[in-house]
Ligand binder design. Structure first.
Ligand code: HPA
Ligand code: ZN
Length: 335
């Protein structure tokens, strides 16, 4: 099963580039920029990665991002993630980035977007990995602040496919961002949002009905409400599920208790993703491997999950079909 998963062609649809920041690269960049970080070694950083909830994690995640300053830093961060994609048979990835985490520290939007998008271009050429970018608004900040980010993004619109909503969910419902999402959609960005990770089903309803999202990040708590589940199915929206993130942030107590199989049985379209791989103990393949083991998923289940990852990506139809054909051939030859 392990090698079946490792060789399975797949896409990753829920990945925060700042969450792919490995401790070793963090040290290297901190040294290059002569920035002090409050850890003496990689082991010390890894020891600090024990979380009891989303906010616990976010506090340390934003701290790590502070060392990123130059275009080269954002390039190195992104290219390093894309190299991992290539070794994991991730053919395509949709990368979230949080501009406000950087612009609030005086790093320009241009520095962030150019570093990230140049790495994506090079990875496409050199590694054959394709990518799209999702600009995520930080929901603990004001809607006005998000509007500033939207404005800053406009000169780089051709590099950005979608807008997302992340950070502290509870107390920051989707309805807080009604206007900025409306304006973002007018600019041509596809709306997605984190919903139902720690927030209840009513946050998912708001994301659907007010923000009109085209994909749900996490969405676990949708299962609280049968009517909502049916609405998600009716709208044919996929959930980007992140098993190791869910156990690391105690959204789910144990992988054996994970609702993924239940979601699939109900008819929800589910994908498997890593969220913040440097913090949660594994890239996308480790997520597949561990959830397969915990829930005893079949090869057919894994094939369906990988197929969803291409089908519910924001790629054009021809590219989607090319990847799906490759996946189908792989499955036929290896099932
Ligand atoms: N949830 C909310 N915000 C985030 C996450 C997450 O899982 N990862 C990075 N920012
Ligand atoms: Zn996330």
């Amino acid at each position: 099963m392990k090698s079946f998963i490792e060789n399975l062609p797949k896409a990753e649809l829920h990945l925060h580039i700042e969450g792919s920041f490995e401790p070793s690269l963090m040290f290297k960049i901190a040294k290059r920029n002569r920035i002090e970080i409050p850890f003496k070694s990689v082991a010390e950083i890894e020891n600090a990665y024990q979380f009891s909830c989303l906010q616990d994690f976010l506090d340390i995640y934003y701290q790590g991002a502070n060392v990123l300053q130059t275009e080269q830093d954002f390039y190195d961060l992104t290219y390093s993630y894309l190299q991992k994609c290539a070794t994991q048979n991730v053919r395509h990835t949709e990368i979230m980035f949080d501009p406000q985490t950087h612009t609030s520290r005086g790093v320009s939007f241009k520095t962030v977007i150019n570093g990230i998008s140049n790495a994506c271009e090079d990875a496409k050429q050199n590694l054959g990995v394709t990518s799209l970018l999702i600009m995520s608004y930080l929901r603990h900040l004001s809607e006005d602040d998000c509007f500033k980010t939207l404005e800053q993004s406009l000169p780089f619109k051709d590099k950005i496919t979608a807008v997302g909503l992340d950070s502290s969910e509870k107390g920051n419902p989707p309805s807080k961002f009604t206007k900025v999402f409306e304006a973002s959609v007018k600019e041509g960005y596809i709306p997605v949002a984190h919903a139902g990770e720690e927030g209840d089903a009513d946050y998912v309803w708001e994301a659907l009905d007010i923000l009109n999202i085209k994909r749900i990040d996490h969405g676990n708590n949708s299962l609280q409400d049968t009517k909502l589940v049916n609405e998600i199915i009716k709208r044919d929206l996929a959930l980007t599920v992140c098993p190791l993130s869910n156990t690391a942030l105690q959204v789910v107590s144990d992988l054996k208790e994970h609702p993924l199989q239940k979601m699939m049985d109900l008819g929800l379209k589910v994908t498997i993703n890593s969220d913040d791989p440097a913090f949660f103990g594994g890239q996308v393949n480790e997520n597949y491997i561990q959830i397969q083991k915990a829930l005893n998923l079949s090869k057919e289940d894994l094939f369906r999950l990988a197929k969803n990852s291409f089908k519910y990506s924001f790629l054009d139809t021809d590219t989607k079909n090319k990847y799906i054909a490759e996946l189908e051939t792989y499955y036929q030859n290896n099932k």
